[in-house]
Design a protein around this ligand. Structure first.
Ligand code: 3PG
Length: 307
């Protein structure tokens, strides 16, 4: 009987685990759970006899793949798969998939949770500003970016977007202004929301030059990955511009310094929680379970992200 391991340092909602179990057991497979593990050794032990693995931001590197002697497939229940060593997986003949779009509404809603919190001065009782009429720039028009655009329109915001891989016509068809470059987006928009993946090209790409080009009373929101930020540049801009705010769901390495120096203009969630909703967990978790069954039973490789 094939064994499917769900290894989540940050667990899914119980209702999602129930749904995953139904899919896996319904296909005559066995489900094993490793939740809230604190040590990599626990993961190395748990993967030993797993045929398939469901993870979230959990790291799957060469060592994990070496330990997982029977592993055939890893599904990252979520969008970003920068936590999986794709080359090592390919070398171990392990298929890697993600579940694109399944948790994107949850992340998009959190963008506005962070924004309202910040423009109302972190609910300290003083007079803030409104989002209506403000210009929002969305960097990367994928599943999350599109949901952010949809919600922003409900707030009455002016919405712009740039995506190096998405044609302007697709963006414009949603009633969103397509700008020509990342630089233009930062120059034009008072509020910018990041939705780019962490890749060798994007790492450190949100730099001092971009941030310093933002209009007055700038707000930068990062619910994507901490690695895309040039953290030295971020600390510098916060020091130089008292009108600049940074809100994030992916805590920077220099969080203690930023929290101490820039309280009132800097906020980070204590733990990434963009996709931490029952709905997102159900959508992504069950999609992952179904993709595993479909691969192990039918060989369906749709959503494969490694070669
Ligand atoms: C994703 O890439 O899907 C999101 O960043 C959510 O990550 P999480 O599953 O670790 O919350």
């Amino acid at each position: 009987m094939a064994k499917v391991l769900v290894a989540t340092e940050k667990p899914f909602a119980a209702v999602a685990v129930k749904g995953i179990r139904e899919v896996i057991e319904g296909a005559g497979m066995e489900l094993a759970l490793l939740e809230k593990y604190t040590d990599k050794a626990q993961l190395l032990e748990a993967v030993k006899d797993a045929d398939a693995l469901i993870i979230r931001s959990d790291k799957v590197d060469n060592e994990v793949l070496d330990a997982a002697k029977q592993l055939k497939i890893v599904v990252r229940a979520g969008a970003g798969y920068d936590n999986v060593d794709l080359a090592a997986a390919t070398a171990h003949q392990v298929v890697v998939m993600n579940t694109p779009g399944q948790n994107s509404n949850a992340v998009a809603e959190l963008v506005f949770g962070l924004l309202v919190f910040a423009v109302r001065n972190f609910y300290n009782g003083t007079s803030g500003i409104e989002l209506k009429g403000k210009k929002l720039g969305i960097l990367a028009y994928g599943n999350v970016g599109r949901n952010v655009a949809r919600i922003a329109k409900g707030f009455g915001m002016e919405v712009c977007a740039y995506d190096a891989f998405c044609p302007a016509s697709v963006i414009e068809a949603d009633g969103v202004k397509a700008v020509a470059s990342t630089a233009d987006l930062f120059k034009e928009c008072q509020i910018v929301s990041l939705h780019i993946p962490a890749t060798p090209e994007t790492k450190g790409s949100i730099n001092h030059e971009l941030m310093s080009s933002m209009p007055k009373n700038a707000i930068l929101v990062n619910t994507a990955r901490k690695e895309v930020m040039d953290e030295a540049g971020l600390a510098q801009i916060l020091a130089e511009r008292p009108d600049f705010k940074y809100l994030t769901d992916v805590m920077p390495a220099i969080h203690p310094e930023l929290a101490e120096k820039f309280g009132g203009r800097y906020f980070s969630t204590p733990k990434k929680m963009g996709a931490q909703t029952a709905e997102a967990n159900i959508n992504a978790g069950i999609a992952a379970a179904k993709q595993i069954v479909d691969y192990l039973v039918n060989g369906n490789e749709r959503f494969r992200v490694n070669k």
